[in-house]
Design a protein around this ligand. Structure first.
Ligand SMILES: [Zn+2]
Length: 234
């Protein structure tokens, strides 16, 4: 069974094909006249013989061309009568390699509807609380007010939110430049951007330090936001 865990279909490439954007790379056989057909397939606007039969509009489910198999959306890609026309599409090795990795359900959806299901991530539940790992635990468990603390947040991979991963870290130094604390971790699931990770990093520093410490962040928007709303000095 096809599962996308409610995440729907991947639409970015489809949008490009619909718009006929010259920025995106499309298959050499793709022309403007194919857009309406793709739109109809995606929106389930096609009425093959088997669907007409289910709706009570015809008395027979057989393909009108070959009369050998049920006239389904998939049969359109297998019908012997139209095989010559389909051969005009030359095989694309990269495309075939990609399709061969799809599950049967995903392959059927792509072939018949032009839709590519999002990956099922139900086995990879997000972290709700966020994680923090101390690499150097500060004396007493809290960073000193006389320390200078540097924090940072970042994001790797992507470009979709499903593939991107955010993380953060911070380090504290005393007046002699000696490392007194350092930690790294991941924000909770609802933070999915670099500014969000930067903000979470600063939030964690505030949670684990005594007020008065000098805190450095390289994210200007985060610094401005905290300055404005909290009256803090960073
Ligand atoms: Zn047929």
């Amino acid at each position: 069974m096809l599962k996308s865990h409610g995440r729907g279909a991947i639409r970015s490439g489809v949008r490009k094909a619909m718009k006929g954007s010259t920025n995106g790379k499309t298959h050499p056989l793709w022309t403007n006249k194919h857009r309406a057909s793709l739109r109809s397939a995606i929106n389930n606007g096609q009425w093959p013989q088997a669907r007409l039969f289910r709706a009570g509009l015809v008395d027979c489910t057989k393909c009108r061309l070959c009369m050998r198999a049920n006239g389904t959306l998939l049969h359109r890609h297998l019908c012997t009568v139209t095989s010559q026309a389909r051969k005009s599409c030359k095989p694309d090795r990269r495309c075939d390699a990609f399709i061969s990795q799809l599950t049967q359900g995903a392959n059927h959806l792509l072939t018949t509807r032009g839709l590519l299901a999002n990956v099922d991530l139900s086995e990879h539940q997000p972290n709700f609380e966020g994680l923090l790992t101390w690499d150097v635990l500060p004396n007493g468990g809290t960073m000193s007010s006389t320390d200078t603390i540097y924090c940072d947040g970042s994001m790797v991979d992507g470009p979709s939110k499903a593939l991107g991963r955010v993380g953060y870290g911070f380090a504290a130094y005393d007046k002699d430049g000696v490392l007194t604390a350092s930690a790294h971790g991941t924000p909770p699931w609802w933070i999915d951007s670099v500014p969000g990770a930067e903000t979470w990093a600063l939030y964690q520093v505030l949670l684990h330090s005594i007020p008065g410490a000098t805190i450095w962040s390289d994210c200007l928007s985060v610094v401005n936001r905290f300055k404005r709303q909290n009256g803090c000095h960073y």
